[in-house]
Design a binder for this molecule. Structure first.
Ligand SMILES: [Zn+2]
Ligand SMILES: [Zn+2]
Length: 248
């Protein structure tokens, strides 16, 4: 009989505070119905030009989460953020003080975030778009993206590296090794398709631990990790290395 897996925590979900479709309460209610042990609300960092959460609304988010916590719905409710890596030195789009306002930080590379040197970051995005579409400059982009992500991991306290290699290809083994060195979980994202079976096997050659995420942008997708679980099965990844899944 095929093994089935129980998702314990979904640490990567979005709400209307960035560009998700539902409220914090909507996401939490779905997670409670699925009997998850916990859910994280991780809207996009404020540096995302189109989808970023407004700095002025962080207190409102915190208040909503505290209100839900007080209702004792039977699961852990956390306020996180999906920060943007915004320059070649691996800086994130939130100050150390702002980062301290969250229960945890997850981070990834996204088009739409430009940091303090928008010309350089715009060049980085354009190079990745060209390289993804044509293969031209692909080696150069891969080296630069890998260095940027490694630096982000080593200079910030990141719980989960989100969708590694999405939008900007990386040396998967090098990035997984940097995750292992910095106690960061390597995400197996159910929504983005950048991670392949081979890529997951490559990451697993390091000592890294993994987390599956729905990256839900609507409440009905909360806890939806079927694609990630299929990838784990196909890659033959030891389930013990996936910290938020349990075989049942
Ligand atoms: Zn993302
Ligand atoms: Zn996301």
């Amino acid at each position: 009989m095929a093994t089935t897996y129980k998702l314990l925590y979904d640490w990567h979900t979005h709400t209307t505070f960035s560009h998700g479709a539902g409220s914090i309460e909507d996401n939490v209610r779905v997670a409670a119905r699925l009997r998850l042990c916990g859910i994280g609300i991780t809207d996009h960092g404020p540096g995302h030009l189109f989808f970023g959460v407004k700095r002025s609304r962080l207190a409102e988010m915190r208040a909503e989460i505290e209100t839900l916590r007080a209702r004792d719905l039977g699961l852990e409710i956390l306020m996180g953020v999906e920060a943007n890596i915004v320059d070649a030195s691996g800086r994130l789009d939130l100050s150390p003080y702002e980062l301290s306002l969250f229960d945890y930080v997850i981070a990834g590379y996204h088009y739409g975030a430009f940091g303090e040197n928008p010309i350089a970051m715009c060049a980085c995005h354009v190079e990745n778009i060209i390289s993804n579409a044509t293969g031209f400059l692909s080696r150069r982009s891969l080296v630069k993206n890998t260095e940027m992500v490694e630096k982000a991991l080593h200079t910030n306290n990141i719980k989960i590296l989100t969708h590694p290699g999405d939008k900007g290809s990386v040396d998967v083994f090098a990035v997984a090794r940097a995750c292992a060195e910095t106690d960061t979980l390597f995400e197996i994202n159910a929504r983005h398709k950048s991670l392949t079976v081979d890529g997951l096997r490559t990451a697993a050659r390091s000592d890294v631990k993994f987390a599956v995420s729905s990256d839900a942008h609507s409440p009905e997708r909360v806890g939806e990790t079927a694609r990630a679980i299929r990838l784990i099965a196909e890659a033959g990844l030891d389930i013990e290395r996936v910290v938020n899944l349990r075989a049942v």
